[in-house]
Write a new protein. Sequence first.
Length: 295
Amino acid sequence: MKDVLDLSQVKHVVFAGGGNRCFWQAGFWSVAAEPLNLKLDSVVSVSAGAAISCVALAGKIEQTLDVVKKATGSNIRNIRWENLFRKGKRLFPHDEMYREMLREVLDDSALARIKLGPANRIHLARHPRWLTPRMAIMLGMCLYQLEKSLRHPVHPSAGKFLGFKSEFVDAKNCTSTENLAELILSSSCTPPVTQLMRWGNRLSLDGGLVDNVPVHGVDMPVIPYDLGAPPNVLVLLTRCYRNLPQGGGRLYLQPSERLPVSCWDYTNPARIQAAFDLGRRDAERVLKRTVIAAF
């Protein structure tokens, strides 16, 4: 059979970041997880991909979709200009909405299921010491957007060039649901859309400033996949790339078409649903050509 995928050896899954685009991952997982029946050693995730990975491991994908659609359906604008000069009022509603959605979905039962599952190493970015936090955010965001526009790499290098460092925190070590929400928000910290976050008494920024597809968080030796060995790592992207990396025991899967929703559009539940639905359809296509191990 042409283009057969052998996923029988997958032990690690990476959830890339991407804001609302991560609902493609949610749709994909909702269809593929049960038939694939992966026996995972670890999950690695970043930003909104961290949120999706947690609700996936907690078995709360459908509830999360409902909660997010309800919240975004009642939000009229992504920028609240009337708050520009109001002390204590935020210009962007995203931080508060994101936090409340996490609190609603990731309850005590969700945390209990996460603790019973594989490690989920959530990616944080630490800013370079030679830059103030504000300068680090400004330069990091600008270079990230510039590199993405000019080179469109799966794994960017600008953040590492500036001196941003990775840190991974296992969601299983969170002591409460609020602690888990803080960890996800720390991995998603993109001022001014969100407020500044601290984790471990240090400023934490969106892990995507180092790498939005954090495969380097997988603790395993490099496997010569290009020599015929089945992949050990499944990487779920949220963008369409011209060239996907090959080798290293990794299989990169991307949406079959450009997703109709933007990262921070918190006003359009229909487009979030469309991203989710495409993930489901793509999963069905992948399953048709996948070798699944009999456990």
